[in-house]
Write a protein that binds this ligand. Sequence first.
Ligand SMILES: [Zn+2]
Length: 430
Amino acid sequence: MIWNEARECMSRDQMADLQGKQLVKLVGYMYRNVGYYRKKMKRLGLEPGDIRGIEDLCKLPFTTNEDLQDAYPNGMFAVPMSKLVRYGTIDSVSGTERIVGYTQNDLNLWSECMARSIAMAGLSQNDVIQIAYDPENWVEGLGALSGAERIGATTIPMHTDKKKDLMSAIRKFHVTGIIGTPSYLMHMARMIEKKGMSGGLVKAAVCGGTFWTDKTRKKIQDVIGIRMYDIYGMDELMGLGVAGECKCQKGMHVQEDYFIAEILDTETLIAVADGVLGEIVFTTLQKQGIPLIRFRTMNITRINHEKCECGRTSARIDRICNRASDIVYIRGNRILLFSIENALSELREIKASYIVTIKKEHGLDIVDVCIESSQSNELMQSDNGESVKRCVAAAVGKIIGMKPNVYIRENGGTLLYNRRKVTIIDERRY
Ligand SMILES: [Zn+2]
């Protein structure tokens, strides 16, 4: 079922026209109400009148995580506190806190996006949906809850720390759909596989909020027979629901009437063609509390503007394959992924890119650092690369509080990651 056919199936021309008109309004709104962004525009000699449609988007300055930190606590707000109905906080990559705020209109927009994503997974008012999130990620649960209620489904909001209760609720309430994290579904698959428990009537699960892979999805789908649908979002933009996956499972449809998605080369910041990996940058078209223009997500993906077999015309993005702005726990230590990236980027004398893999072996967290270089012969020259490896191990070890395994590989995967200097993969999440 398509929840909002008029918006989700409009022609590409109509969508570009709608986005252009909304963008013009947004720029005027930001210029009037957000001093921080007005200054950025002025520095570039830009006036709101210079933006006449979607084709002028590329003239506008980006908004970065650093901007959000600079403007802390409320420099990015476009409305006075009296217009806000909800505050939230986000842990930033530098370890400082950020505040987000929603007007009632923002929350309505969120529930509409969630409703569309839930309908994409084939769930409707005839379903009983369990909403299962960790207590610390409960804000995501609130968005899911409002979307499920909007489509008229019967909802059961629950915390994932009560795993036994979750499984018994599935049977007790004849649950047919789940919205939660992939890790909860993994847990469920284990219970079903190893303890012979039943997944009951559950037919679909909408999962997002953490990384997972097709391998994980296939494993879970095979074990418990539940179709798993991706969902994407960021707290800075709204929350989960910015994009959702339909029954064709060939990418997530972006809610383009609310968000403009650009995919840019990570070095030149110029738009790349459909199908090419790059950083996804979003402009929120209708948010009132903290609207963002060209927000750099640090998320790497690709986009496809072809019409989907499901009938929707909205652009689709792949599951995010890398996220630089993230926090992980390694042997109990809270590590900002950015700090690993920065430490490696500072080793300017080593001409290489790095793939850092965090994994678990015999119950212990292990970190591997692969140095990839087209000049690997030079790196290996004098002492078989030992000094380079020592240097990299020291830089990363200082951040993570333990010795990583370091090895050198002839240039191979670098292009895959769109020339990112550092790619960090947390395999424990898959
Ligand atoms: Zn589709």
